[in-house]
Design a protein around this ligand. Sequence first.
Ligand code: AR6
Length: 231
Amino acid sequence: TQSHATKEKDSNQVLESCEEPKMASVGCSISLENAPTLAFPSISTADFHFNLEKASDIIVEKVEEYVNKLGNARLVLVDLSQNSKILSLVRAKAAEKNIDSKKFFTFVGNITKLYSEGGLHCNVIANATNWRLKPGGGGVNAAIFSAAGPTLETATKAKTESLSSGKAIVVPLPSSSPLFSGEGVTHVIHVLGPNMNPQRPNCLDNDYVKGCKILREAYSSLFDGFASIVR
Ligand code: AR6
């Protein structure tokens, strides 16, 4: 149940979104369940070995900074397992800061099957990628490129050949992609986070001053990219 104030705010947002025809189907509903939604994985915390405590602080800090700027749009942190350490850290820290749980929550599931397997409609998903934006390599990057099919690689290449760490790039998904038709995903936002794994390029050698700065930049670029789609 929403407060009167929230409802009023949502209807204002809705009028704005309806001026943009491509957003009409998601923007014209007052129900938050149909609100523009970004699903994102925890950037850098698996293959890139970034410290989970530090990452969870940064996720909550950045969500708090952006969640109200995004109107009725929602942010959802996703991980594969019920026992995900990063999800429980973030849940606890977000609750401490009283972040609105209708606008930001965590969700257990495969980011490429959120609608078909979890009933959660997310029109935008984020990818924790590599600097070459190459399919494969394991983790969420391999899962998203594989589920989206070859058109994602083509659409990504059309935007850029590489990404520097702390940056994100918004890629509209061609409607022929199975992620578009089956899951309702219209955009993928690739993000390159800081790397603490010596076996991967550009390792920061445990420099968490640099690492935290880059992870903050990565979430800012991601949420700015999402805001540019919602607008
Ligand atoms: N659905 C939801 N969450 C997932 C999925 C999925 N299908 N797969 C993994 N996660 P990672 P990084 C979670 O390693 O640390 C790649 O090889 C995972 O549990 O994918 O930024 C790239 O090419 C974790 O919480 O990304 C890069 O080289 C989060 O997603 C490198 O890994 C991120 O884990 C990037 O490493």
